[in-house]
Design a binder for this molecule. Structure first.
Ligand SMILES: [Mn+2]
Length: 347
């Protein structure tokens, strides 16, 4: 259901490092006279939940917070999150409203999409820029950074921070944090789910997280349009060598009445194909294709593959964009298929 939904504990050379402490970054957050909190475009549950959890605790500390999610589009499945009504329309945010910026669950600034393109000058660190993330591909932007690639979700990092600083975790905050945890681990099922992740999930349940609402909203309850879209996309699934792929076209959206976001889980579903070593879901849009990649075989690193096309993510889940046209799509699929067939080439 979510883009870039899995992290691993493997280290990559050149990975961005944490350069501060929980106490220091929290001090900078609470000292802000207006705090802009932002995350990536096409925000998934970890991204939105991270924004809302920090917003809740910072507001409790008397900080004026301007929370925005990427392009401002909140997926329908996340409207149940406590505090979702606090999210601001990114178009309404003025530079005079904040003196500190916190970016959460975002590996690179450009992943904020239209909001970043419109306001790139806000993020050049003239305004103190803080970052809390768990992506191994994090580029290391911001003057103060907490980056923990061993965490399954940014919400896991936030829980560790709040617990370390002995901040009170209300049921609402627990629901947010557990949502990020469940979202990025597909319900505590991915290899990124460690004993620490499970321990954090237990603590959040103890703190009152509404796990039934989380599971219903993230994984179980879906509109009929989603069922129709999955049927169309799955009927078009193909094996290209050891790569399984399918696509979501504007025609499929038209026929099903679904939005592209309703197809997010398909790439994870086809990643359960026995004959394949990796999976790809392509979304066709006016500017080209958005590709979502998942590793199936242990030795596949899709973050490296996505990077070849200007994208990024985790070793098990990554994404990139392609130029328009069937030729660009087919060249990409052929290349990825060859690389996942010959593992040494994917490294
Ligand atoms: Mn995440």
């Amino acid at each position: 259901m979510n883009e870039l939904s899995v992290s691993t504990s493997d280290s990559a050379e050149g990975a961005a490092q944490t350069n501060t402490t929980f106490a220091d970054i929290w001090n900078q957050i609470t000292a802000a006279d207006g705090l802009l909190i932002a995350t990536h475009a096409h925000p998934d549950s970890d991204a939105v939940a991270s924004v809302l959890a920090v917003t809740d605790l910072a507001v409790t500390r008397g900080v004026r917070v301007i929370p925005v999610v990427g392009d401002g589009e909140l997926p329908e499945t996340l409207t149940f999150l406590p505090g979702a009504e606090r999210l601001r329309d990114p178009a309404s945010v003025e530079r005079s409203e904040f003196d500190t910026i916190l970016v959460v669950d975002c590996a690179e600034l450009h992943r904020m999409g239209p909001f970043y393109r419109k306001h790139a000058d806000w993020f050049d660190d003239q305004v103190p820029l803080l970052s809390i993330d768990h992506h191994i591909t994090n580029s290391g932007f911001g003057r103060a950074r907490i980056i923990d690639p061993t965490a399954a979700a940014t919400c896991e990092v936030l829980f560790l921070m709040f617990a370390d600083l002995q901040l009170p975790i209300t049921a609402d905050v627990a629901t947010c944090l557990a949502t990020g945890l469940y979202g990025d681990t597909l319900g505590l099922k991915t290899p990124s789910t460690t004993s620490r992740t499970l321990s954090v999930a237990a603590d959040l349940t103890e703190a009152g997280a509404d796990v039934v609402a989380i599971v219903d909203n993230l994984f179980r309850i879906k509109p009929f349009t989603t069922v129709k879209l999955w049927g169309l996309a799955l009927s078009r699934a193909q094996l290209l060598g050891k790569l399984i792929w399918t696509e979501i076209t504007p025609e499929m959206l038209e026929a099903s009445g679904a939005t592209a976001a309703e197809g997010e889980g398909i790439v994870n579903f086809i990643a359960g194909t026995r004959e394949a070593r990796a999976s790809v879901l392509l979304y066709q849009n006016p500017s080209g294709w958005r590709a979502s990649l998942r590793a199936i075989a242990e030795d596949i690193d899709v973050a490296r593959l996505a990077k070849l096309y200007g994208g990024g993510g985790h070793s098990r889940a990554a994404g990139c964009s392609l130029a328009p046209g069937v030729e660009a799509r087919d060249a990409f699929l052929t290349d990825i298929s060859e690389r996942v067939g010959a593992v040494r080439d994917s490294r």
